[in-house]
Design a protein around this ligand. Structure first.
Ligand code: AMP
Ligand code: MG
Length: 494
């Protein structure tokens, strides 16, 4: 186990040289304190979780003491935001400290978000609110708990200073882990400034560290692009299957490894509504739930444009044509698992299509519907029926569904268990998250942040011993979102 002073640091990104970043230390803060530390993430970098309790933990990660062995840097990147190219982005308020591991598997990038302005700050303060930091902290852990690739959260640290948004708010910073911080926008930055050799070096870096199996292939750049495309399709298919809405799928928020990255105004679907986006500033719904797959393709096309000196444009086009079929295949498999069906033929596709139609028409809670469905066909739980304004819609759909179950003739108990392993009982409903943030802000009580972290690390099961230790009443946390909190929207800066 590592202590704070003894990490096995790796600085391969730093070694790319100053074209790629600004070297800079985090700015000190007034009075840092730990809001929550996550032992699961600590284990990923081999950090003894007892280290959270040392006062040096917050001193090192807030920037008040230099963290031994770290080489902090702000990465340069650009990107398309809401479809428009922005040449000047970059880490305005975040620093990559280096990568650290636990001796098995790849090391994780250790990154501070909210640690003071860098040369990419464009006049902003370089800080983050406690509210946004808690949102990202729990968002990452909730998505991980669902088995979806994502950044992880090591800790949220309050800084003891106010930051000024619409109103003054307590500031905080997030210690985030990610398999990479190289984004589509990192490639765009060098491409649009006519530095193709820098794009090539970055592609080589990504192959070396994230796709080493491609290193000796003759068409390695084409295979890299294909791999990123498939990982992106896999990621977004998973989002769709659990009702996750990213909210800001700009190209600077897409990693080369296909991980969920940058939790701003994200959300989980309450009532099924493909037009919903939790992002208040996205008036046209560019990043609405039902458009995420298509946006993934758009973003990949932008990545492809940066590689035209390495891959012939027509080859990029051919590769991109494989995106939608790949997405559909993965998505169908995931929907099959959710419905406990193995035969994914045209009848299955019809069944799914009608299901989404009636869920939308009846404004049914997406998560609860699938969870309750695992009791069928032995039972039609009352909660399943209650979700429907028009129960006839449900009954006629269940008749179709029953026929497809019968033709497969599964072991029903096994089927129920398998469905419960993919249909979560608990999700990070926005109102639960807001309640945890409210408690933190108004009562300086961080217990609800911890409770949600514990709950969402395993969203599929009731764990009576752990729940009683942390005071978690599962019925409360599994309940539908109250009417007053349905479809809450947030602004990017909230
Ligand atoms: P995001 O919405 O977090 O993806 O950020 C978009 C861009 O704005 C990135 O270049 C960030 O580094 C930058 N940014 C956002 N908030 C701040 C801030 N408070 N100070 C400096 N830069 C910021
Ligand atoms: Mg971002």
């Amino acid at each position: 186990m590592n202590t704070l002073e003894h990490f096995d640091w790796n600085h391969s990104f730093f070694d790319l040289g100053p074209d790629y970043y600004q070297a800079k230390s985090p700015d000190p803060v007034a009075a840092p304190y730990l809001i929550d530390g996550n032992p699961e993430a600590a284990a990923l970098i081999g950090l003894d979780s007892a280290e959270f309790a040392r006062k040096e933990f917050v001193e090192y990660f807030s920037g008040n003491l230099p963290l031994p062995g770290a080489q902090p840097l702000a990465m340069d990147y650009s990107g398309h935001q809401f479809g428009m190219y922005n040449p000047r982005l970059g880490d305005g308020r975040g620093l990559l400290l280096g990568a650290a591991g636990n001796g098995s598997g790849r090391p994780w990038d250790v990154y501070l978000k909210g640690c003071g302005p860098t040369r990419f700050a464009r006049g902003f303060d370089g800080r983050a609110t406690l509210r946004a930091s808690i949102r990202e902290y729990l968002g990452g852990e909730a998505v991980h708990g669902l088995g979806i690739p994502t950044t992880r959260s090591l800790a949220v640290i309050g800084i003891g200073e106010l930051v000024y948004r619409e109103t003054p708010q307590p500031g905080a910073l997030l210690v985030r882990l990610s398999d990479t911080h190289v984004r589509f926008g990192s490639f765009e930055n060098f491409h649009y400034t006519n530095r193709p050799e820098a794009v090539t070096r970055l592609a080589d870096f990504v192959i070396q560290h994230h796709y080493p199996e491609l290193a000796n292939e003759a068409n390695n750049y084409q295979l890299l692009f294909r791999s990123v495309m498939l990982k992106t399709a896999l990621l977004i298919a998973h989002w769709q299957s659990v009702g996750f809405i990213h909210g800001v799928m700009n190209t600077d928020n897409m990693t080369l490894t296909g991980a969920t990255f940058d939790y701003g105004p994200f959300g989980f679907m309450d009532r099924f509504n493909p037009d919903f986006t939790p992002n208040h500033t996205d008036g046209r719904g560019r990043y609405a739930f039902g458009r995420q797959a298509e946006i993934g393709h758009w973003n990949l096309a932008k990545l492809g444009e940066t590689l035209t000196h390495l891959i012939a444009p027509e080859v990029i086009t051919e590769e991109l044509e494989q995106y939608q079929p790949a997405f559909n295949r993965i998505y169908n498999e995931l929907m099959g698992q959710k419905l406990g069906l193995e035969i994914l033929d045209s009848e299955f596709t019809t069944l799914v299509g009608i299901l989404f139609h009636i869920l939308y028409q009846n404004q049914v809670d997406y998560t609860l519907f699938f969870r309750n469905l695992s009791a069928f066909p032995e039972e039609v739980p009352a909660a399943l029926r209650q979700g429907f304004d028009n129960p006839k819609d449900l009954d006629s759909w269940l008749d179709m569904y029953r026929k497809l179950i019968e033709r497969e003739d599964p072991d029903l108990d096994e089927r129920t268990d398998a469905m419960n392993r993919v249909n979560p009982r608990f999700i990070l409903r926005n109102y639960l998250l807001e309640r945890a943030i409210d408690k933190a802000l108004k009562q300086t009580d961080y217990s609800e942040v911890e409770r949600l972290r514990i709950l969402l690390q395993d969203p599929y099961n009731d764990r009576p011993e752990i729940f009683s230790r942390y005071g978690i009443d599962p019925e409360v946390y599994a309940a539908a979102t109250p009417e007053s909190h349905i479809e809450m929207r947030l602004s990017c800066s909230a």
